[in-house]
Ligand binder design. Sequence first.
Ligand code: FES
Length: 153
Amino acid sequence: TGAVPVVLNINGRDHHVMLEPRVVLLHALRDHLGMPGTKIGCDHGQCGACTVHVNGRRVNSCLTLAIMHQGDRITTIEGLAQNGKLHPVQQAFLDHDGFQCGYCTAGQIMSAAALLHEPIGQDDDSVRAAMSGNICRCGAYNNIVDAVQQARK
Ligand code: FES
């Protein structure tokens, strides 16, 4: 195969891995790096289940090649909690039941955590618009918005 050595900085640590250049970040994380927390939904940029942070910004990891992210700072759901303490968005999702089946939750939380640093309005509609790239098939949207609003306080 055409695998080449790639170094990816994920959750504060360098990971050395052999990857074919065609492998997207989502599949590198799940299939080559043992990090299944990032979920596969649509696999083509429509659902947000695969959201991770690249240099603090949210990215659909199914749409971007892993090899392009050497030198970037990648954060996944596995790295969001710090020092044994949940990220405020994780705690808020628990407090507000921001999930039903939970499949979209990692992506929702990663998206919301990045949104805390984005210039969006304070009202619920602004949150809905900013979170519109993350689909929840159960329809837990009201609780998700409540959770995001708690985390923004
Ligand atoms: Fe990437 Fe749906 S799996 S957006």
